[in-house]
Ligand binder design. Structure first.
Ligand SMILES: [Zn+2]
Length: 312
């Protein structure tokens, strides 16, 4: 599952264009949207898509996130066959919600806004639910809620922890009340984990808003966020309009929320594997004291660094 590290830019001829000018492939470099720094794509992937100059964490597809976390070939996807229904018969112009879902799935390369499954981190099994912003802004509809609920149930059956990685625009308006119901449904499913004394780790990534922030994503045992991630319920523009007050510098960033107690920690992408390994071991030992796992967190960090160097 580490194909992200092996993904190479597609090289095309660098000379001999029709007009005689040097042809530079579009994907040879990436430009940081925050500081405008150019990074060589290979280096960019090796740095887990974090800007080497300003630390900006690029938004990444769900499958790339999973590739960054999972031990080689350890990921098994769950419920990939679930497809959205159209309970309201929602249409915008000529396009129905279901047509929109089909065309978005084709463009985004995934059938829904979340990917769920089982993976291992240094041999530690973990249930994961990862959102993908490319599918309708990773909005939470019925399939999203159902996948998350089933992942909770499987985690309880297998007695393993759950990790959710969320970025989302909030509830999916095309499903109306059915999308709002997912807030209660997912939160209820998580209580089963709690009763089984299994932890839920939540990683909030940029941007995370609306019903996702207001439900399962912030009721975890450990709420983490990526540096600079924007997290809130309503966006800052709406809040400024309603309150007619100027908002403070850095409002709704991960660092601001850490300072004000909404989240537990800010974890840079490069530290995520080690942090998760430590957390899984900690909760495992608290629940059922056992000898230490085969791979210590320090060794895991070392092997990850070696793994990423494969891209060179
Ligand atoms: Zn940058």
């Amino acid at each position: 599952m580490r194909e992200i590290f092996r993904r190479q830019p597609k090289f095309r001829p660098t000379s001999g264009g029709d007009d005689g000018r040097l042809q530079v492939p579009d994907d040879l470099w990436v430009k940081c949207p925050k500081c405008q720094e150019l990074s060589y794509t290979k280096e960019h992937l090796r740095a887990l898509r974090v800007c080497h100059r300003c630390g900006y964490h690029y938004r990444i597809p769900a499958i790339d996130r999973i590739a960054m976390l999972a031990d080689e070939d350890s990921f098994t996807e769950w419920d990939n066959e679930l497809r959205t229904a159209d309970p309201l018969g929602f249409r915008v112009g000529d396009e129905s919600y279901q047509d929109k879902a089909v065309s978005t799935a084709s463009k985004a390369g995934i059938p829904e806004a979340v990917v769920s499954g089982l993976l291992a981190i240094g041999g530690r099994p973990l249930a994961v639910v990862v959102t993908d912003f490319a599918f309708m802004g990773a909005s939470m509809g019925s399939v999203y809620g159902e996948k998350l609920t089933r992942a909770c149930e499987r985690a309880v059956e297998r007695e393993i922890p759950l990790l959710t990685v969320s970025c989302s625009g909030g509830a999916r308006m095309q499903e109306g009340l059915f999308s709002l119901l997912q807030m209660a449904k997912t939160t209820t499913a998580l209580t089963r984990l709690g009763h089984a004394r299994l932890p839920h780790f939540s990683l909030l990534t940029d941007p995370c808003y609306g019903g996702v922030t207001a439900s399962y994503a912030t009721v975890a045992d450990v709420v983490m966020a990526e540096p600079g991630a924007r997290i809130g319920f309503a966006g800052p523009r709406v809040i400024e309009q309603v309150t007619r007050q100027k908002l403070p510098e850095g409002f709704q960033t991960a660092e601001f929320l850490l300072e004000h107690g909404l989240i537990d920690t800010v974890v840079p992408r490069g530290d995520l594997l080690t942090t998760l390994a430590i957390l899984i071991d900690f909760y495992q030992n608290a629940r059922n004291p056992r000898p230490a796992r085969e791979t210590a967190p320090a060794e895991l960090a070392h092997s990850t660094a070696n793994g990423t160097s494969d891209a060179g």
